[in-house]
Design a protein around this ligand. Structure first.
Ligand SMILES: C=C1C[C@]23C[C@@]1(O)CC[C@H]2[C@@]12CC[C@H](O)[C@@](C)(C(=O)O1)[C@H]2[C@@H]3C(=O)O
Ligand code: AKG
Ligand code: FE2
Length: 363
């Protein structure tokens, strides 16, 4: 399956659909070969094309009173919400977007020179997951000079990219803190910086990721929708996502697990509850399962800031959120332990399940 998927992703292909099998022509080292996918294989890399359901997503205007309670309600019901009037200047977002478009538009060889610095494509993680995207991942520390270790960012030609990245990351980190403080207020947690200090801590293990989903016009001929980034939850506390005006992001509803498409909005940020916040709230907030499905009209570009706790932080439910007689649903672990495990699992795995007390599985 792994070989088949990587062939699928290395070339554009002509599709001849039939009921049980699908054949496609791939160009491998210049030679055309025909690949037949069984129905089971096809089911793993694509979905039947279906009509999208419309869902009324919660939007929180950060400048309005009551924003904290609206955030809490959205996190309890969906684990996902949109933030408007966030105060991040459009000019800054657009500057970084333009630099990212330039970066992804560079010749493949040049982008690969940056591979050691977090550029990758098609492979998601190291455990056999593939996606139809290329990305740039940057580890964020409190020291802006840490970007120096990204060789290509240190080059004079990348100075605009670098400054846009630094300014954007610093603005989105502030936004994440504001959201975490409103969340604490909505949950009546004292002190108010209980959650935000995890993001502001010098040792916070946060990350920033640019995802680029190129367009492949041939996909328009398919009667199935390829999966660009498979279903998963984010392991961190929260993730703040901003994308261009291209659809593709879907979330799974907490009630029945059905998938709904998130209408794109380039002027807003979308916030995901991650696994760590699920633990800190003892399951009151649930990390949201999400995925990206191919867009057939325009390439998608998303920028995601993942707020991770400091490595040695113990992930335990906040005492004020444990009601009398209640216990932690999870056995105790640090972010470092969780991250290590997360990076050894497949994308779609229920990672947190391994730390639930009733399952009693130790790793
Ligand atoms: C398959 C994987 C990719 C991932 C690490 C993992 O083993 C499981 C979690 C994945 C995820 C999802 C959210 C973020 O995009 C990410 C950077 C993260 O922290 O966890 C990715 C990891 C990745 O792409 O390496
Ligand atoms: O690119 C997107 O829109 C979402 C990607 C995502 O969920 C991730 O990188 O964790
Ligand atoms: Fe994600």
């Amino acid at each position: 399956m792994r070989e088949v998927s990587s062939i699928l992703h290395t070339s554009c292909y002509l599709l001849l659909p039939s009921a049980e099998h699908l054949s496609c022509f791939c160009s491998v080292f210049g030679a055309k070969i025909m690949v037949i996918f069984s129905k089971a294989e096809l089911d793993q890399i694509s979905l039947p094309n279906s009509h999208e359901s419309i869902y009324n997503f919660p939007a929180v205007d950060l400048s309005e009173p009551g924003a904290g309670s609206r955030i809490v309600k959205a996190c309890e019901e969906l684990g996902f919400f949109k933030v408007t009037r966030h105060g991040i200047p459009t000019e800054l977002v657009e500057r970084l977007e333009a630099e990212a478009v330039k970066f992804f538009g560079m010749p493949q060889m040049e982008k690969e020179k940056a591979t050691l610095c977090g550029y990758g494509r098609r492979r998601i993680g190291c455990n056999g997951d593939v996606g139809r995207l290329e990305y740039l991942m940057v580890q964020i520390t409190s020291d802006p000079m840490s970007l120096e270790s990204f060789a290509f960012l240190a080059e004079p030609s990348a100075s605009f990219f670098r400054s846009a990245l630094e300014e954007y990351v610093s603005a989105v980190r502030k936004l994440a803190c504001q959201i975490l403080e409103l969340m604490a207020e909505g949950l009546s947690i004292e002190p108010r910086n209980t959650l935000s200090k995890l993001a502001m801590n010098e040792e916070s293990d946060s990350a920033f990721r640019l995802n680029h989903y190129p367009l492949c016009p041939i996909l328009n001929r398919m009667d199935r929708v390829p999966i660009d980034f498979g279903e998963h939850t984010d392991p961190q506390i929260i993730s703040a996502l901003r994308s261009n005006n291209t659809s593709g992001l879907q979330i799974s509803l907490r009630d029945d697990g059905s998938w709904v498409s998130v209408p794109p909005d380039r002027n807003s940020f979308f916030i995901n509850v991650g696994d760590s916040l699920q633990v800190l709230t003892n399951g009151r907030f649930r990390s949201v399962k999400h995925r990206v499905l191919a867009n057939r009209v325009e390439p998608r570009l998303s920028m995601i800031y993942f707020v991770g706790p400091p490595s040695r932080e113990r992930l335990v439910p906040l005492p004020s959120l444990i009601k009398e007689g209640e216990q932690s649903l999870y056995r105790e672990f640090t972010w470092c332990e969780y991250k290590r495990l997360a990076y050894r699992t497949r994308l779609a795995e229920n990672r947190l399940g391994r730390f639930e007390k009733q399952r009693g599985v130790h790793c």
